[in-house]
Design a protein around this ligand. Sequence first.
Ligand code: ZN
Length: 177
Amino acid sequence: MTEMLAAHLALAFLVKILLRDLDLFYLLVGTSLSGLDAILPIVGLSDEDYHCGSIFHSIWPPVMGAVILLLLGPIASISFLTGGIVHLLGDSTDVRGRPWLYPLSRKRFGVAIFPHNFRDYVSNPVCLAIEICSVIFLVWYALVFGIDLTSWLWIGLLIPLFIVFAVHRWRTERLGC
Ligand SMILES: [Zn+2]
C-alpha cells in the first residue's frame, strides 16, 4: 500500500479525526518518514529492493523521532509516533510486508491483501477505488475541518516527491528491473 500517497495521507487524517488532540503536522511528518527510502533508489544510492525493506520501514525511526520530539512536548512526540505506526500498518497490508524490527530481525510482517508493485497497484480496481475515496475524503476533511499552513506546506513537499517516485517505479517496472 506504500505505492500511493492518498491512502497514507487519508489514514493520517482519519486518525486526526478520531484523536483530535494529536497535531496534524507531526502526524503527517511521522506518516511520511518511512517513505524516505523510496528516494534512495531513484538517486542511485541503493537498489530497488531497498525501498520498504530497510530500517526506514521498521518501528525504530518513529520511536527515535518521538523521543527527540519530546523536546517539543508530548503532543508532537505522540503525533509523530502515531503517524509512523499508521504508515507501517498501512504498508503491512501489501504482499511484501514490512520489517518492523529491522535490523534486529529481517522478518517481514503483514497480511498480504494488496499488491506491492506500483504498476500492479494502480492497475488494481480495488486499490484505485481506495485511492479515489482517499482523495475525496481528504478534500472533505480540508473543507470541513480546514488544514493548517505547515501541514499544507508538508503536503506540497510530498506531492512532487511522490510524482518523481511514481514515474521512477513505472519506468523501472516496465523495463523489468
Ligand atoms: Zn512505506
